[in-house]
Design a protein around this ligand. Structure first.
Ligand code: BYC
Length: 324
């Protein structure tokens, strides 16, 4: 049972009450007292997550005008629009913690805040669209389903809807790849080549190995994260191997093998130097992604100005009507 708070609780009582709620799997809500570190960690993770959704629109958006059929175009358009929606839920969740959306966007476009490393890789052909759905959205689901049980209410609730949409994204990618694998030898080769390029970056999405992850221990104690980076990476590998077999593609890791003793797959080590380099801003597309986002933000200034002017006019009209 969580202790009830008195009218004028001490800092220690507030802290104990908070810890008790977290330990009992009760949600922390925006107006609840929370330690500064908890708030800061959430703002960091949620805003990076929001930025990832928004930047994540770019690699796939790149293929909207070149989709091979109307059906594929409609599916891709819906998916890219979903990502915008995910970004909006997440920015709203960050705002419940006192973050300012304009400030978060400014930090993104001046490279002071991170977004997922995966979106700094290019989409070179249409098979990449299928592989992003299969591997990138697959990894996102693996990482985000446990976040539906995150201790912070608005984040956890946003994740429920995000995960439902992500599972459609994953399936559309897999279905696209299945279709290509039933096609010509050239199409099959495209799928294999795209898989080779996206496999290792997908494993990096889960973050650094547990031993090099400064935030995991505290985030697990606060139940913001429910599993470590390595646990989720392992789960993703175990989940993906049979899917690759069903597709008929080879995952590009000679060390990937079923371990009957541990009952999971052993696999090779991602190139963590490459990961660090991408995080430093030196990946193949970092500069292009941030610049495009910056331009879109600047080009959208007139829309924000118009919306603000409209809101002022509406408020004035409502006031006049109320006085009439
Ligand atoms: N890329 O201590 P750690 C999507 C950073 S959207 C870049 O382990 P933590 C989709 C980390 O932030 C996918 N940075 O951190 C969208 C930290 O930075 P600080 C996005 C990374 O937070 C559109 C530092 O490295 N998903 O799927 O405990 C289309 C140390 O790491 C990465 C989310 O954001 C990375 N891969 O764990 C299709 C999920 N990994 O301290 C698909 C929510 C680590 O310098 N986030 N860093 O600021 C999380 O679950 C956790 O934040 C992470 C990292 C597992 C990512």
């Amino acid at each position: 049972m969580t202790q009830q708070l008195t009218d004028t609780p001490t800092d220690q009582q507030l802290e104990d009450h908070f810890e008790g709620r977290v330990a009992n799997d009760q949600r922390i809500e925006p107006r609840d007292w929370m330690p500064d570190g908890y708030r800061k960690t959430l703002v960091r993770q949620i805003s990076q997550h929001a930025h990832s959704e928004i930047i994540g629109m770019q690699p796939e958006g790149n293929w909207l005008t070149r989709a091979p059929s109307l059906r594929r175009k409609a599916i891709l358009l819906a998916k890219v629009q979903d990502e915008a929606g995910h970004g909006l839920y997440l920015y709203s969740a960050a705002e419940t913690l006192g973050a300012d959306r304009e400030d978060l966007t400014t930090k993104l476009i001046s490279s002071r805040q991170k977004y997922s490393s995966i979106f700094n890789y290019p989409t070179l052909n249409f098979a990449d669209i299928g592989v992003i759905g299969w591997l990138v959205d697959g990894a996102a689901i693996c990482n985000q389903v446990p976040l539906c049980r995150s201790s912070y209410g608005p984040y956890a609730r946003a994740m429920v809807r995000v995960c439902k949409e992500e599972s459609f994204h994953q399936r559309q990618g897999y279905e696209l790849l299945m279709t290509m694998m039933r096609g010509t030898a050239a199409q099959q080769e495209m799928v294999q080549e795209a898989t080779n390029r996206w496999w290792w970056p997908s494993l990096m999405m889960f973050g650094p190995p547990d031993g090099d992850s400064p935030n995991t221990q505290q985030s697990m104690a606060w139940r913001i994260k429910r599993h470590t980076n390595d646990e989720l990476r392992q789960k993703f590998v175990d989940m993906t191997v049979p899917q690759a077999e069903a597709l008929g593609v080879t995952l590009p890791d000679p060390e990937l093998v079923w371990n009957s003793e541990s009952e999971r797959h052993d696999f090779g080590t991602p190139d963590w130097d490459e990961f660090k380099n991408v995080l430093k801003g030196n990946g193949p597309c970092n500069a292009e992604r941030v610049e495009r986002r910056r331009r879109a933000h600047e080009d959208g200034q007139w829309v924000r100005d118009a919306a603000a002017a409209h809101a002022v006019k509406q408020a004035a009209r409502q006031q006049t009507e109320a006085l009439a």
